[in-house]
Design a binder for this molecule. Structure first.
Ligand code: TYM
Length: 344
């Protein structure tokens, strides 16, 4: 088995309404991993166009997400922040992976089923092939670790399957070209902590999502402090006081969600939060949660607005990041072409 140096890759779609789920499920981990790993964080604009986008809004969302990465604490000098469309290797490798992955694998993807809904015939081919592009994002950099929320687990598993099939299908050529016995690593999802699946504040059975028509269902990273506090206060709960043990959260999705959010924002486990708040009414807990959320999130909103006022700086970060990403990507693509037998 080949040994690959550890490298982190992850991405977020620039589709507006960046929310607490994106932050706790993914971006907080992006920030932590910078201390121990070489990291690439991508604004996945090619993924965004799998559903219709208005060009002017897409451009604004790409810049807003870049500002959010930086405002949350990703360091664009020490690590790489870039947008996917500036590195052509993503689309190229995705095509190769379209030819490696099997239709049966994609047919099992639950996110496609959810997003395409009943009108599947009318969904874009891109939405269907989306997981192959995601596999390309990760494997273009031979990334070994991928921090994501729970909802992306199946896509990372598909990326592992693609890597494994490529390694196997082309094993002779991989060896003949001097790449040993494994061309791609099998990337590992990093899905940890108390908030890997943050739920809607209006309905504990639905994921917090950018596309929920109710703005009260989510806390946006760009929300002002008043809005953050009000959304917490209005969050759906049940009539019982909080339990003292984690087991007591079973069957209480709204309580479980708010406790998970509190735990993640305060860097504690749910059990520790319940030690403090067990027996408390929601009114008291929500006051503490609103204060915590405002403390943690309001400065991010302020910094996002400050950075967004300087699009030239943001665009510079993306151009510089893309140049650094391209260095790695071009090497991989040359090697992939050799393995496939393409003349270059
Ligand atoms: P996206 O843009 O939908 O979401 C970005 C990240 O946020 C996480 N997330 C959540 N985590 C917890 N609770 C929630 N309610 C919640 N909602 C979203 C997602 O799990 C994700 O980590 N396909 C990806 C983007 C992507 C990607 C990649 C990720 C493209 N290429 C390569 C990793 C590696 C997506 O649509 O994420």
């Amino acid at each position: 088995m080949a040994n690959f140096p550890e490298r982190v890759f992850s991405g977020v779609q620039p589709t507006g309404n960046l929310h607490l789920g994106n932050y706790l499920g993914a971006i907080v981990k992006f920030v932590e991993l910078q201390r121990s790993h070489e990291c690439l964080y991508c604004v996945v604009d090619l993924h965004a166009i799998t559903v219709p986008q208005k060009p002017a809004e897409l451009k604004a969302s790409i810049r807003e997400l870049t500002a959010a990465y930086i405002a949350c604490g990703v360091d664009p000098a020490a690590h790489v922040i870039f947008n996917q469309s500036q590195v052509s290797g993503h689309a190229e490798l995705a095509w190769v992976f379209n030819c490696v992955a099997r239709i049966g694998w994609l047919n099992r993807m639950t996110q496609f089923k959810e997003k395409a809904g009943k009108d599947r015939e009318n969904a874009s081919v891109g939405l269907y092939a989306y997981p192959c592009l995601m596999a390309a994002d990760i494997l273009l950099y031979k990334a070994t670790h991928v921090p994501v929320g729970e909802d992306q687990k199946q896509h990372i598993e598909l990326a592992r399957d693609v890597a494994q099939k490529f390694n196997l299908d082309f094993s002779e050529s991989i060896a003949a070209n001097g790449f040993g016995d494994q061309f791609f690593p099998l990337p590992e999802p990093l899905i940890q902590g108390p908030a890997t699946r943050v739920m809607s504040l209006r309905d504990g059975s639905k994921k917090m999502s950018k596309s929920d028509p109710s703005d009260y269902s989510r806390i946006n990273l760009s929300d002002e402090p008043d809005a953050i506090a009000q959304k917490v206060r209005k969050a759906k709960t049940d009539p019982e006081p909080l339990p003292s043990e984690v087991e007591g959260l079973a069957g209480r999705p709204e309580a479980d969600n708010l406790v998970g959010i509190f735990a993640a924002l305060s860097g504690r486990a749910k059990a520790q939060v319940l030690q403090e708040f067990g027996g408390a009414q929601f009114s008291a807990f929500k006051t503490a949660l609103a204060d915590l959320a405002v403390d943690r999130l309001a400065p991010i909103g302020v910094e996002m607005r400050r950075l967004s006022a300087d699009p030239a700086y943001i665009d510079g970060v993306l151009v510089d990041g893309a140049a650094r990403a391209r260095k790695i990507a071009d090497e991989t693509m040359k090697a992939v072409k050799d393995v496939l037998g393409f003349v270059r």
